[in-house]
Design a protein around this ligand. Structure first.
Ligand code: TYD
Length: 213
């Protein structure tokens, strides 16, 4: 079996990181050597880039934001390729789909810059991109509940009421991305069920890929 490259993506609050871990555990149980990684921040340089991107005090030009997410991705691609070359499958928490969804659809940044640098950014698209999908109102409620559990106040979080409108646009971006064949195969998964239900759906989809177990 050739190693798999799978990306999991979706708006905040869809349980994406949990499902990355669940899928990795599932593949490992079936003797598929699997590594997990993430964007932004999956490499040493990426960690530094991530700290700039997520620093709310840092005012960035929209083009700079796109370039930094792509710079992170260039570093990350090299890491992913070298893991795949060793025969290990890779699951990435977020991928290019996030840049289209958040920067272009959510923040209405210029798509021509992203289009122009795409060939320099990505040499290998995932075998499958799984988009976890749910109503932004539900996702935001879940994200808020998680913040409360972590003992944080709501104002410390990124999820204010007006964010629902933003996530509605981001969600549209993920749906658009899933329809673009040039980015490889993408599947939208309803993420409103409980963790086990969503894991089962993801496993079913991944089982359709060409790997023996
Ligand atoms: P993530 O690490 O998934 O969030 P968390 O801190 O909850 O684990 O992603 C960090 C943020 O970066 C998230 O809000 C989505 C955003 N993002 C973009 O805006 N564009 C991108 O290209 C990527 C990869 C992430």
């Amino acid at each position: 079996m050739s190693p798999l490259f799978i990306a999991l993506d979706g708006i905040d609050g869809t349980g994406k990181s949990t499902q990355v871990d669940r899928l990795a555990a599932y593949l490992r149980e079936h003797n598929v050597r699997t590594a997990t990684t993430k964007e932004p921040g999956g490499t040493q340089a990426g960690t530094a880039i991530r700290s700039i991107l997520l620093d709310t005090n840092m005012i960035l030009e929209p083009d700079t934001e796109i370039l930094l997410f792509c710079a992170d991705r260039v570093e990350h691609q090299q890491k992913v390729l070298s893991i795949l070359e060793m025969g290990t499958s890779v699951i990435s928490d977020r991928f290019l789909s996030s840049t289209w969804a958040y920067q272009i659809f959510g923040r209405k940044e210029r798509s021509d810059l992203l289009e122009a640098i795409l060939p320099h950014t990505i040499t290998r698209y995932p075998d499958l991109t799984i988009i976890l999908d749910m109503e932004p109102t539900v996702a935001v409620e879940r994200a808020k509940a998680r913040l409360m559990q972590e003992g944080k106040t709501l104002t410390e979080g990124r999820f204010e009421a007006e964010e629902i409108e933003f996530f509605t646009e981001v969600r549209k971006g993920f749906h658009w991305y899933a329809g673009e064949e040039r980015f490889g195969r993408s599947v939208i998964v309803d993420a409103t069920g409980d963790i086990d239900e969503v894991s089962a759906k993801i496993q079913e989809i991944v089982n359709e890929l060409n790997w023996s177990h």
